[in-house]
Design a binder for this molecule. Sequence first.
Ligand SMILES: NC(=O)c1ccc[n+]([C@@H]2O[C@H](COP(=O)([O-])OP(=O)(O)OC[C@H]3O[C@@H](n4cnc5c(N)ncnc54)[C@H](O)[C@@H]3O)[C@@H](O)[C@H]2O)c1
Length: 354
Amino acid sequence: MTVRAAVIGTGIMGAEHARLLERQVSGVVVTGAFDVDTERCRQAVAGMPSARVFSDPIELIFDPGIDAVVIASADLTHERFALAAIAAGKPVLCEKPLAPDIAGCERILAAEVAAGRRLVSVGFMRRFDPGHRQLKQALAGGDIGTALLMHCVHRNRSAPAGQPTASLITGSAVHEFDAARWLLDDELATVTVHRPRSSRRSSPTADPLFLVVESSAGVLVDIEVFLNCGYGYEVRCEVVGEDGTVFLDAPAATAVRGAAGISRSLAEDWRPRFAEAYRCELQEWIDSVAAGAVSCLASTWDGYAATAAAQAGVAALDSGRAEPVRLPPRPELYGAELYGAELYGAKVHGAVQA
Ligand SMILES: NC(=O)c1ccc[n+]([C@@H]2O[C@H](COP(=O)([O-])OP(=O)(O)OC[C@H]3O[C@@H](n4cnc5c(N)ncnc54)[C@H](O)[C@@H]3O)[C@@H](O)[C@H]2O)c1
C-alpha cells in the first residue's frame, strides 16, 4: 500500500516533512497540503505532482484521498487538527507540542481513548536520532549501571528577538523532558528553573536558563537551554550511572587538525543535526500506517507528559521554586490500557497526582 499523506502547516518544519515524505521516505506520496499562507503552501509542494493545495484544513483531514496527516502548523492549532483527525479515524503525526497546555492535551487523550485506538503520534524525533538510540541502548543494556544524574545542553546559534522567556521551556526544553522520560524510562516529578545572568544578545528574553528536573525514581536532570549562544546548534547529553557514564556529543563527520588545534564543524540549526532522525521518524510512522499498526513514535500520553513538565517549568520560572509535574489522578480516565499500564504505579509513585 502506498500511503497518501498530507501536511498541515507548511512553514520550516512542514515544508521539510513534505520534502522528506515525497523524496526520502518509501511507501508514501504527498497528496495534500494546507497552510493559511496559500502561497507558502504552494511553494512547499511545488514539484510534487500528486499534492493538492487545500483551502480548508478540516476538508483535507476528511478527504477520502488522504490516509494520514502531519500537523506542523503553529502550536496553538495542533489540538483542533488532532481532534479532527481522531474524529476522521486517521493517523496523525503531530509536531511537538501535542498541545501547549495540559487541558488541550487532556482533550486529545480523552478523544483518543473514546475512539479506542491510538491514532496520534508526537514528533519527538530524538527518539529516532542514532546517537540518542545508542544512549538508550547503553542504558537499557546496563553498560553504566543504574542512572543517577543526567546533564543536558541545548543551544541554538540565534533566535529572533523578543522570544518569550517561557518559550525556552515550552519550545526547547520540552525535547529534553521527553528525552529524559524516554531514556530513563521514568516519569518526571518536579521542575526548578534558575535564571543565570542573561546574554546581552538576548535582551529582553532571559537567556540562558538552567533547569533542574527530578524524576520519580530520584534521578536529577539538569538542562541548560541557550537560545542565543552565538556559535552554532548543539545538543549534548551525559548520563552518569553507578558504573560509568555515557556521553552524547554533537556529531561531526570530520575533525580538522591545523594551526596548533583541532576543529570540528557544528550544525547551523536543528534540521541538519536531526536530519536522519526526522527521516527515520517519518519512515517508521509511514510503515506503521501502511501496516495498520500502532506506531512506536511518542504517543499522546508522551505528549501529555512533556507538556505537563513544561507547564511545571513555566510555573517554576515564576515562582523560583520546585514545581510538581501534575499527572492525571485516575489512569482509567485516560485509558492506561492504550498507552501501557506501566505508566502508572511504580513509575509515578514519586510524581504528584493532580
Ligand atoms: N520537532 C522539532 O524539532 C521541531 C523544530 C521546530 C519546530 N517544531 C514545531 O513544528 C511546528 C511548526 O514550526 P515551524 O518552525 O515550522 O514554524 P513556522 O512558523 O515556520 O511554520 C508554521 C506554519 O503554520 C502556519 N499556520 C499558522 N496557523 C495555521 C492554521 N490555523 N492552519 C494551517 N497553517 C497554519 C503558518 O502560516 C506557517 O506557515 C511548531 O509546532 C513547532 O513547535 C518542531
